[in-house]
Ligand binder design. Structure first.
Ligand code: PEP
Ligand code: MG
Length: 822
């Protein structure tokens, strides 16, 4: 850490303006030999692109990253301005802390500063101090020795445990959400302590402020009747990784081996998603959301905020469902973390306080979010930068509802581009079309941000934290983005473009060797065929499925047509959608699943009563049988569409034969009304009762499609969205496999075929076991198709059967996962 000495502090300054204050503090740095005079201009310029006011009278001016060569050594200078200097409208700085950062030695001082941010009394003391010592002591951390901290945390009656955080990115938003979700289940008061700081164990924002990184130790204190249970559960959860999976660690390797020879400029950033992208750049600019500063009626403002927050939560739930369907539950989990941000009691308390003081809800909300974002950014830690981005994203989402600008237009460039943005939120990223976005480069953000995770899942090369200089790059500038090394190269020579393109292709060939053979059938080496088809939810995905090697659609989740809108789609609109999909499939079969609303998929216009256990409530076929008009209009649309291509109908969540028979009456009614031919009718087997009674159901249907996602949750009694248990809801549990075996046997006996359309079908081991169990069709997310086909082509059906037999005889998930695959 650097020494802050008397020469670094100037007391009682009265600069006439912000620029004069920056100049004065920078001059201290010049005089101390930390920077060349040219860096003063850089510090002023930085202020134009980024606000360095942290709140509570503290500003931290510093220069632009590209002028780092003007820094001779790392240093910090303090300009005390007792009377304050106007920094932003309505914000005045009393402590101006100039930073010249060549290395990270100054971080400790910044961390001490963050801790002071909430401590107005100390800030007031420092702002009016008449000796530099007090300031030096406070910023060097000498004023908070651990023994002095202890009384602040009154631990009388608390029980405590000590745990080490082992996750790659420390206690970031998802593991922290995981932790608070457990903590919230207990009455006990729960505190988390780290490095002399304490946080409310039930508040996400409070926990994140601790800035706990990998390998750091935390103490958890609990007090109350269920404190022991709470501590035990928290201990187990932390020791089993707080729900983090290795998949999301940023283990990026430079795989392509490409190096540029001659480029006009290299902009270094941080690698966030691997791969090379060659093309023209395009700037992405967020619209600015305008809000009133003040408002007269606090109650009215609080109500507006409440409505905006609940609307934002509704969007997030829908987004969660979409991303989960597209990229899996782990990738979608961030949106659950965002919902947790919105439920944070401390955040709401702070906002309400500002509203009570006369601020509008928009202003108050923005202020509190900005303060927290700045506090996280101040740590200068890429992991926390990612968290800051999440917070900014969720904050902006609510602001948009307050300001009434709900629908941001998705960014659709007219040609494939490398996208440049100040920062991208997870929602921005999820809405990008990978076909048009060659690469992403952001000025800010961190490699572990959820936008980066989503970019990886979409296969888009990305770099983050490239600095504000990238925002000045003109649209259409030719560039190469290297997501492995983290560099953006501008105006590469023709030779570099060519070699980068070659390397990109080579990489693609390596990574997607299976993709080459995607159109070949999945024939085992002894000639047994498994059909590999796609799960889709949108019209455009039908074509993507075919292009990815899908042999049809095994699951069309029609509910995606019904989500995120104010009224249901009418028969005609549905007919158009289903027909367009069939046309894209060009003769390949499509299984249309009728509406599976309920559970975690809510739609406001259906006015469904709130249920304590929506997954056990009016969901799927139950809802459709209770809303026959809605159901019939969908069935008519499906039957009309069936005239345009091979189509089958599948009913979700069937749990009793009566439901199936009642639905079949309505199906026949719709068929006759539309004059359509018979089509094959099947049910999803996803409720244990349907699996157990499969022999009975088999007499009434043409096929079964096993929904392993729901079947697993109902067999194991684990909510598939449960923030802490969902990871144990593994479809490779022998109990689930035995149920599947039962269903296949009953179906074979009755002469009907079985498919699987849950997540298990898209897992290499799962697919092999399912093939061995006798499943004929595997339906999965589009990106898995080529790999699964390639996997099935490497084994004989006899080997698959042997594997399946071994799996059925296992006792645990672990034993199944450890099975040697042929
Ligand atoms: C399932 O439950 O496995 C399934 C495919 O349906 P959904 O995920 O849409 O509930
Ligand atoms: Mg299901």
């Amino acid at each position: 850490m650097i020494n802050l000495d008397q020469q670094s502090v100037v007391l009682g300054s009265t600069p006439s303006s912000k620029e004069a204050a920056i100049e004065a503090v920078a001059t201290i740095l010049v005089n101390n030999g930390c920077i060349a005079p040219g860096y003063i201009e850089s510090m002023k310029k930085r202020e134009v692109v980024a606000n360095t006011f942290l709140g509570n009278g503290i500003a931290i001016p510093h220069g632009l990253p590209e002028h780092r060569e003007l820094i001779h050594k790392t240093g910090i200078a303090v300009l005390q301005v007792p009377g304050g200097v106007a920094w932003n409208p309505g914000e005045s700085a009393t402590l101006v802390i100039g930073i010249a950062a060549k290395s990270d030695e100054h971080i400790e001082i910044l961390t001490n500063l963050t801790r002071l941010l909430d401590d107005s009394a100390t800030i007031n003391e420092l702002s009016s101090a008449t000796t530099a010592d007090i300031i030096i002591e406070a910023l060097s951390g000498q004023r908070r020795p651990v023994p002095e901290k202890a009384p602040v945390l009154d631990l009388d009656g608390f029980q405590s445990i000590t745990e080490t955080i082992s996750g790659e990115h420390g206690l970031h938003a998802r593991p922290a959400t995981f932790l608070i979700e457990i903590a919230k289940q207990f009455e006990a008061e729960i505190l988390v302590e780290h490095d002399g700081q304490a946080a409310n164990g039930k508040s996400l924002a409070s926990l994140l402020k601790l800035g706990v990184t990998k390998g750091k130790t935390i103490r958890i204190h609990a007090k109350g009747s269920d404190a022991v249970d709470a501590l035990n559960q928290l201990k187990n959860a932390i020791e089993s990784g707080l729900g983090e999976t290795a998949e999301e660690s940023n283990g990026i390797q430079v795989a392509h081996g490409w190096q540029p020879q001659s480029v006009a400029k290299t902009i270094p950033g941080i690698n966030a998603s691997p791969g090379l992208a060659c093309g023209v750049v395009r700037q992405y600019v967020h619209e600015r959301i305008i809000v009133e500063a003040n408002a007269k009626d606090p109650d009215y403002e609080k109500n507006r905020l409440k409505q905006a927050v609940s609307a934002a939560k509704e969007n997030l739930k829908n987004l969660h469902d979409e991303v989960r369907a597209k990229a899996g539950a782990a990738k979608a989990a961030i949106f659950q973390a965002h919902i947790a941000f919105l439920e944070d009691p401390e955040l709401h308390a702070e906002v309400n306080e500002l509203i009570n003081s006369g601020r509008s809800c928009g202003f108050a909300w923005r202020q509190v979010i900005d303060d927290r974002v700045h506090a996280l950014e101040l740590h200068n830690d890429p992991v926390l930068a990612g968290r800051a981005m999440d917070l900014r994203d969720v904050g902006r989402r609510v602001l948009k509802h307050i300001a009434g600008t709900l629908h941001d237009q998705p960014f659709i460039p007219d040609e494939p581009v490398i996208l440049i943005a100040e920062d991208l939120t997870p929602s921005d990223t999820a809405a990008l079309d990978p076909a048009l976005i060659l690469g992403i480069c952001t000025a800010g953000g961190g490699p572990t941000s959820h936008s980066a995770i989503i970019a990886r899942s979409l296969g888009i090369p990305a770099i983050v934290s490239a600095g504000p200089a990238v925002l000045g790059i003109a649209d259409h500038t030719l560039a190469i983005l290297d997501g492995d090394s983290g560099n953006l190269y501008l105006q590469p020579s023709a030779a570099d473009q060519e070699s980068a393109e070659l390397a990109r292709r080579h990489l693609e060939t390596l990574r997607n060797s299976e993709y080459e053979t995607r159109f070949e059938p999945a024939l085992t080496t002894d000639g047994h065929r498994i059909e590999v088809v796609a799960n889709i939810g949108k019209v455009e995905e039908a074509e993507q499925a075919v292009n990815a090697g899908g042999e049809g659609v095994g699951l069309l989740r029609t509910e995606f047509l019904f989500l995120g809108r104010e009224t249901p789609p009418d028969e005609e609109e549905q007919y158009q959608h289903y027909t367009a999909m069939l046309k894209s499939l060009n003769g390949l079969p499509m299984i249309v699943r009728t509406l599976d609303i309920g559970g975690d998929k809510e739609v406001s216009y259906l006015d469904l009563p709130a249920e304590d256990n929506p997954f056990l409530g009016e969901r799927g076929i139950r809802l459709c049988l209770n809303r026959q008009e809605l159901f019939l209009s969908q069935l008519r649309a499906i039957y009309r569409a069936s005239k345009h291509g091979p189509l089958r109908i599948m009913l979700p969540m069937v749990s009793s034969i009566e439901e199936l028979l009642a639905a079949k009456v309505l199906l026949e009614k719709a068929r006759i009304e539309t004059g359509a031919d018979q089509v094959e009718i099947g049910i999803m087997v996803e409720v244990p009762s349907a699996a157990v009674m499969a022999d009975v159901f088999a007499r009434e249907v043409d096929f079964f499609s096993i929904g392993t996602n729901d079947l697993t949750q109902y067999v194991l009694a684990i909510d598939r969205l449960h923030p802490t248990l969902a990871a144990q809801a593994d479809s490779l549990h022998p109990a689930v496999l035995r149920m599947i075996d039962m269903v296949v046997k009953a179906a074979t006996e009755a002469g009907i075929w079985v498919g699987v359309c849950g997540g298990l079908a898209g897992e290499p081991l799962g697919a092999a076991i399912l093939a061995g169990l006798g499943v004929k069709e595997l339906s999965m997310v589009i990106p898995s198709i080529a790999a699964i086909k390639a996997r099935l082509r490497t084994m004989t059906i006899a080997e698959a059967r042997e594997l399946a037999a071994k799996a059925l005889s296992c006792q645990t998930i672990k034993q199944v996962r450890a099975l040697q695959q042929p």
